[in-house]
Design a protein around this ligand. Structure first.
Ligand SMILES: [Ca+2]
Ligand SMILES: [Ca+2]
Length: 202
């Protein structure tokens, strides 16, 4: 190795988003979580070589999980083989217990995990879009009796017609399938018709 082929350099060590020399801090992971949620950070743009802590080539919730797991000494380094490459490939089913609502009436959107990925699942996230003239979401969730009942509340960001949700637990992977979480929504006071709920994974 003579070093002559070193074509690219990363401005900071992998995982060290704030560049303070410590690459195993929950704070760094939370900056990646903000990035995934579309929330600006003072460290933007966060380089891929810093944020991609599982060496998958993109940035997702598993990268947040990697930093949190390293910060709590559950893994010794980044890009270890325990990190599932297939993170986020689980299958979801979604049902809205709604039907015809009276103005202002509350309803729940139930997210069911229908198939687990091959590796451990330490988190999940999605983007849901809706018609804000028909329904509203405050970001409130109901975890009672769900698979994530023992996790903390998810991070939810509602802006305009978009709701982003990320749920993480670096200690306890999900086991089994069933209801993940229920989103609490309300019909608009002057609701005018049906709305589609569109889901995108991230
Ligand atoms: Ca740091
Ligand atoms: Ca990654």
């Amino acid at each position: 190795m003579d070093g002559q082929f070193c074509a690219t350099t990363c401005p900071r060590a992998r995982g060290d988003v704030d560049g303070d020399g410590d690459a195993a801090e929950a704070f760094d992971g939370l900056q990646i979580l903000r990035h995934v949620m579309g929330i600006p950070t003072v460290y933007d743009p966060i380089p891929l070589c810093v944020a991609d802590t599982n060496c998958s080539g993109d940035v997702g919730l598993i990268d947040v999980v990697s930093v949190l797991r390293r910060a709590t000494h559950l893994i010794p380094d980044y890009c270890v083989e325990e990190t599932p490459e297939t993170f986020g490939k689980s299958s979801f089913g979604i049902s809205a217990q709604a039907g015809v609502l009276t103005p202002g009436e509350a309803f729940e959107v139930t997210l069911d995990l229908t198939a687990l990925q091959a590796g451990p699942t330490y988190g999940y996230g999605f983007i849901m879009t809706f018609d804000p003239e028909v329904v509203s979401f405050s970001g409130a969730v109901d975890r009672t009796g769900t698979l994530s009942a023992r996790w903390g509340n998810p991070t939810v960001q509602v802006s305009g017609n978009t709701l982003r949700l990320a749920a993480l637990n670096p200690y306890t992977p999900l086991t089994g399938t069933g209801t993940l979480v229920k989103l609490v929504g309300h019909a608009a006071l002057d609701a005018v018709g049906p709305t589609d709920l569109q889901f995108t994974r991230f």
